[in-house]
Design a protein around this ligand. Structure first.
Ligand SMILES: Nc1ncnc2c1ncn2[C@@H]1O[C@H](COP(=O)(O)OP(=O)(O)O)[C@@H](O)[C@H]1O
Ligand SMILES: CCCC(=O)OP(=O)(O)O
Length: 355
């Protein structure tokens, strides 16, 4: 039996779990308000805060660090790579610290996993990081030769729920076509063609629907004017797109439950913004259906926002004509991380090397 600590830092939460093989000892979601994270200027400055949250949770649950056989983290903005389980190595640590493709909480997953594992001489891994890239060549064009579209998305959960759906239907993931919408702090909508995510919006950096804390795609001319207005620094503009965009920009919160509550209290503006987010998700799903030439076996809605009953209904009413819509609220990321690490610990597969 192998005991694994699983660490999953997201933009609005740190999810942690301990598994004995695939049996959960505990699973916990620690949500972080925007005020709580506001004092940290960079993702890396959150390192001590997020690590202490994890170590405290282990203490509270009476799980000694020494009882762990491995630590696995959600991997971050590394160079684009194929999916799988990777051993954390020096090159990866450097790239996570720098954030070679940008800044996101998941950059801390591998780093914290490595540090905790090192203290007990155990191995550390990441699985299906946010830079998994299976995009078709045709999907990479932006219309400006200097800019290539990138695959940055909730790869771990999109793949995990897609495989769960296939298993429940008794078919192989590699034999079906799906559109998967991960609805979290960031939103990604991916076209899965026979086991490969052939197109997906960059969920981090200004593509796709707006989300609880991101703008998604913007009217580019207006954005350029804003950039040259002299009113904002580069860092301020970047923050307006990722972190302070979307629902956060309209209402000062990245917690969709606040939006839900405001709507139920009769706030019409909150209702419209909430509905507009669902509208944009539905449009993105429609786009992915065209990528798959209309051959869509199912649309899967997942992530924290998929707990919102109204939100799910608003999306469903626009996309149900395409195919069956299946809802897996929350995520299967913790189990997927444990499974990825266990396959290596059991010797079923070798850990991939990050170069
Ligand atoms: N019951 C719920 N109803 C509506 N939104 C919810 C609910 N539970 C969580 N959320 C929202 O889901 C978002 C976070 O999703 P999650 O997938 O956990 O994000 P991340 O991993 O990106 O931090 C937040 O905006 C949160 O408010
Ligand atoms: C970087 C892409 C994944 C992402 O946006 O995750 P969160 O929703 O957890 O921020």
């Amino acid at each position: 039996m192998f005991r694994m600590l699983v660490i999953n830092p997201g933009s609005t939460s740190t999810k942690i779990a301990v598994f004995d093989d695939l049996n959960p000892v505990f699973v916990d979601t620690l949500r972080h308000s925007s005020e709580e994270l506001a004092p940290y200027k960079t993702i890396f400055e959150q390192y001590e805060f997020r690590k202490s949250v994890i170590l405290n949770a282990l203490k509270e649950k009476d799980v000694p660090v020494e009882s762990l056989n491995a630590v696995v983290g959600r991997g971050g903005l590394l160079k684009s790579i194929e999916g799988g389980t990777y051993a954390v190595n020096e090159t990866m640590l450097e790239d996570l610290k720098v954030g070679v493709q940008g800044q996101h909480a998941s950059n801390l997953g591998g780093v914290i996993a490595y540090e905790i594992a090192k203290s007990i001489n155990a191995p550390s891994f990441i699985v299906d990081p946010v830079v998994v890239d299976e995009m078709d060549e045709i999907a990479r064009f932006s219309g400006m030769p200097e800019i290539t579209r990138k695959s940055i998305f909730h790869a771990l959960n999109q793949k995990a729920v897609a495989k769960r759906f296939a298993k429940e239907k008794g078919v192989k993931y590699e034999d079906i076509n799906l559109v998967v919408a991960h609805l979290g702090g960031g939103i990604s909508v991916g076209a899965h063609r026979k086991g490969r995510v052939v197109d997906v919006n960059n969920a981090l950096d200004g593509e796709g629907p707006f989300s609880p804390e991101r703008t998604g795609s913007l009217p580019v001319g207006d954005l350029v004017k804003m950039c040259y207005s002299g009113k904002y620094t580069l860092e301020e503009i970047k923050k307006k797109i990722t972190g302070k965009g979307g629902v956060m920009a309209y209402f000062g919160t990245n917690d969709a439950r606040d939006l839900d509550r405001m709507m139920k209290e009769g706030n019409k503006e909150a209702e419209l913004v909430y509905k507009a987010m669902a509208y944009q998700v539905a449009k993105e799903i429609g786009m992915c259906a065209t990528v798959l030439k209309g051959e869509v076996d199912a649309i899967i809605l997942t992530g924290g926002l998929a707990y919102g009953k109204d939100f799910v209904e608003w999306i469903k009413e626009r996309v149900s004509f395409i195919s069956e819509v299946v809802v897996y609220p929350g995520e299967d990321e913790m189990l997927a991380l444990a499974e990825g690490a266990l396959r290596v610990l059991n010797g079923e597969e070798a850990a991939k090397e990050y170069k």
